[in-house]
Design a binder for this molecule. Sequence first.
Ligand code: ADP
Ligand code: MG
Length: 244
Amino acid sequence: MRDLTLEIVRRLSVRNLEIARNGKALLTVPRLSLDGPGPTLILGPNGSGKSLLLRCLHGLIAPDRGQVEQDGAPLGLEHKARQAMVFQQPVLLRRSVAANLDFVLKRQGVPRRIRKTRIEELLDEGGLEGKARQSARSLSGGEAQRLAILRALALDPETLFLDEPTSALDPGATQTIERMIQRASNRGVRIVMVTHDIGQARRLAADIVMMQGGRVVEHGAAKQLLDAPESDASRRYLAGGLVT
Ligand SMILES: Nc1ncnc2c1ncn2[C@@H]1O[C@H](COP(=O)(O)OP(=O)(O)O)[C@@H](O)[C@H]1O
Ligand SMILES: [Mg+2]
């Protein structure tokens, strides 16, 4: 567990970011600075560039122009090593639940004896303590996503990116995962998460980045943005209107 008193706020920022394909601008973000404790939720309609932005922040996609910075320095390997990402469809090894966690810990050079204890802690955290020996491929959707989050947490990340981790899940499974994310945030893991679920943003977010048409139309404290949005695009989206 990280000591919160030693925690410095990590500023993740974006300058003059542009991504285009076939002459069409997909992402245009002149400035965005994530410097609160989070969780930060990225909200917006389908195709608004949420996943592209998240992938840029994680360094999975190199932008055509501009750059991502952490604490004022270009995002480098040492930053990426402290980031983890969870995708909409969990990516798991065709092995047991415990082996999926062991793989990640072993790759980080964690000694066998410590791995065993850490795996137990992680299974407990994800409510999978009875499933250690079960094949990961036979888990339910919610369990599989919990395991994917545990694999990310096993990396002891400073920043955890999640791209619509609950969009395929029912309300009960969603609630369990939201609690895991909230606990990670409380322990000091910086959460940056994409959702199109306004209720989820209301439950989890400290700040919200609202996107539309490849642009950030608004970024602000969650309660204020949800209750009194400043942009027409945010207002229409929150009212459930069609935003194109
Ligand atoms: N590799 C790519 N090539 C061309 N277009 C892409 C590529 N990746 C994403 N897009 C387009 O960029 C837009 C934003 O995509 P995305 O970030 O996935 O949206 P969201 O996650 O908000 O639903 C969409 O119109 C999508 O079709
Ligand atoms: Mg997406």
